[in-house]
Design a protein around this ligand. Structure first.
Ligand SMILES: [Zn+2]
Length: 237
């Protein structure tokens, strides 16, 4: 979920930005499903104890969602800091050397395919309206009014991961002992089919390979942790 706002800008403003947030949410939920499913299925390989399963699943949910949120907060904050620094530098340049900045904007518009005269006229008009916004957009590719908020990004990751993690957690603790694994594996693979399909759709890619990769990845995670849990359970650790 890095810089959803900016990628969105490139694909057409608010709609692109919303799609990117949505895609990030689907990927966050996917993470929550796979990591928590791997965890609880691994513990289920070692023990039948419902309390142990609940404890492990809940700890995994909290640890994962907080780690995702913290990572997202740090990454978006860093990005925001560098954007703010770039905007401050731009503001200073506009104040100290307006002619050079006008020429710079003109050349950038020329590079985008405008003739010298049209680029100059456009640069003059853009500068009159909102010089900083024009430079930020053409030069830095950012919208100074719509920088990503690190707290929003952190909360979004936290909620997306938690929503995904709840599924394997409930699927492993609610059914009777004999049905636990089957219910969990079926629910998880069905959910991964759905998240694979949505993220492919939101990214404009064909769904089949995305679904296959996603389902195989989840099946592998559960298979490996179940094998490890079973070995530990048999060894009586
Ligand atoms: Zn500039």
């Amino acid at each position: 979920m890095t810089e959803p706002t900016h990628e969105g800008e490139a694909h057409g403003g608010a709609l692109g930005s919303r799609l990117n947030w949505l895609r990030a949410a689907v990927l966050g939920a996917n993470d929550g499903i796979v990591s928590t499913a791997g965890l609880v299925v691994g513990v289920a390989g070692a023990t039948d104890d419902r309390a142990a399963l609940l404890t492990a699943g809940l700890a995994g949910l909290l640890a994962g969602s907080m780690s995702m949120a913290a990572g997202e907060y740090v990454s978006v904050s860093t990005q925001r800091d560098s954007e703010l620094a770039a905007l401050a530098a731009e503001k200073r340049e506009l104040r100290e050397q307006p002619d050079a900045e006008l020429e710079e904007l003109t050349e950038m518009l020329q590079n985008r395919g405008l003739s010298r005269e049209v680029a100059h006229e456009a640069a003059v008009q853009l500068t009159e309206r909102d010089a900083l916004k024009a430079h930020a957009s053409v030069e830095l590719g950012i919208d100074p009014d719509r920088l990503t908020n690190p707290w929003h990004a952190a909360w979004a990751s936290f909620l997306a991961f938690t929503a995904g993690a709840l599924l394997p957690l409930l699927a492993i603790v609610l059914p009777p002992a004999g049905w636990r694994l089957l219910v969990t594996v079926v629910c998880v693979l069905a959910a991964l089919t759905l998240t694979g399909w949505s993220s492919a759709g939101l990214g404009g890619a064909g769904p089949r390979r995305a679904i296959l990769r996603n389902v195989l990845g989840g099946a592998l995670a559960m298979g490996v942790t179940y094998a490890a849990g079973t070995l530990l359970g048999v060894a009586g650790v």
